[in-house]
Design a protein around this ligand. Sequence first.
Ligand code: FPP
Length: 232
Amino acid sequence: MDGNGRWAEQRGEQRTAGHRAGASSVRRVIESAPDLGISTLTLYAFSSDNWKRPPHEVEALMVLFAEYLADECQRCIDNGVRVNVIGRRDRLSAPLRARIAQTERATAHGTTLHLRIAVDYSARDAIVRAAAQLSRTPAPSRRAFSDALNAAINSRPAAPDVDLLIRTSGEQRLSDYLLWECAYAELLFCEKLWPDFGEQDLARAIEAYRLRERRFGATSPAAASAVASVAA
Ligand code: FPP
């Protein structure tokens, strides 16, 4: 969800105004995802490296996450959206942790969309935690590693590998996001800034994805290109 800061700066506003506008895009994307066949949507809201940002921006983001969860909880319940915050919890404030736990509990029966919001998330750290958890397992399988990884980031339920990764704002990097899960993800880079990203952009991304031939290392398109898991 890149480009909030630039979106605000282009309007002569504070970066935090861009994050607020970005929250509206989050709402729009969540609403349109199920109709596009998406069953798992993972949004990169705050990387573990984002702690390096100025304290007032970090604080504004944390407030925004808590407000968003409070404001959207009922809508998520109504729409069958299961909310799940992935990443580390121990560095978040106690009130935010409580809000996350409450939202996860309240939406736990949702089956339409598994919405994962990545907060204090680092794929490398998650891989290290999963490896530590399996240190006594001789030669763990990929499946066992995936399970350990999902447990390490509090993904409930465990999520499948990513089919499509969308990065907005013209940036073309992975930025420590879902590195294991994106092993065979299709990558789509979009010039729009996140606050300008909406339903139509998501629909276009899915359309482009469906034209891709996914071979998973084989020679013929044996696998169907149904999109289930999208990350942005
Ligand atoms: C990256 O763009 C964006 C973030 C670090 C924050 C993303 C947060 C939101 C979209 C707020 C709402 C989220 C939820 C889940 C309620 P940037 O700020 O680095 O933009 P820039 O590259 O233009 O500086």
